[in-house]
Design a protein. Structure first.
Length: 140
């Protein structure tokens, strides 16, 4: 499951912006065969006096934490390409709006993850494809 937590100053994104950003993120992962319901995006508004960078209030900064559970990348070149692709998803919602942005990605162990009390099926398995088609977890 990819979990994106997007920390941003209040009023940075409209409801439509949030929907569009979340859709772009979801489309990226479903393009690799992940079920859409794996993708969770949380927008966390930060009041101006609560968001600091370098010890100073930051009214133009977006901080994004991406957590990957469903897939892990071991190859350094793949990791770099993935990080660049994630960045390209962010650009229309950050740089193109005159915002400063930073992000990092965690990879959590698959065996420490459950959905609806089920351990998710392995990558690319028939069970995972069934989950993607149904867009919900199914016993397997």
């Amino acid at each position: 499951m990819p979990l994106w937590t997007i920390y941003h100053p209040a009023n940075t994104y409209s409801d439509k912006d949030k929907q569009d950003f979340a859709k772009d993120i979801t489309d990226f992962y479903t393009g690799f065969g992940l079920p859409a319901f794996y993708v969770v995006v949380l927008f966390t508004e930060m009041a101006e006096p609560a968001f600091f960078v370098g010890g100073r209030p930051a009214s133009d900064t977006v901080r994004i934490v991406v957590e990957h559970l469903a897939r892990h990348l071991d190859d350094p070149d793949m990791r770099r390409r993935s990080t660049e692709r994630l960045n390209s998803i962010m650009v229309p919602y950050t740089r193109d709006r005159g915002l400063h942005w930073e992000f990092h990605t965690y990879e959590s162990p698959r065996d420490l993850w459950m959905i609806a009390g089920l351990f998710p099926p392995g990558p690319g398995t028939e069970a995972e494809k069934a989950w993607a088609r149904a867009n919900k977890p199914l016993p397997y």
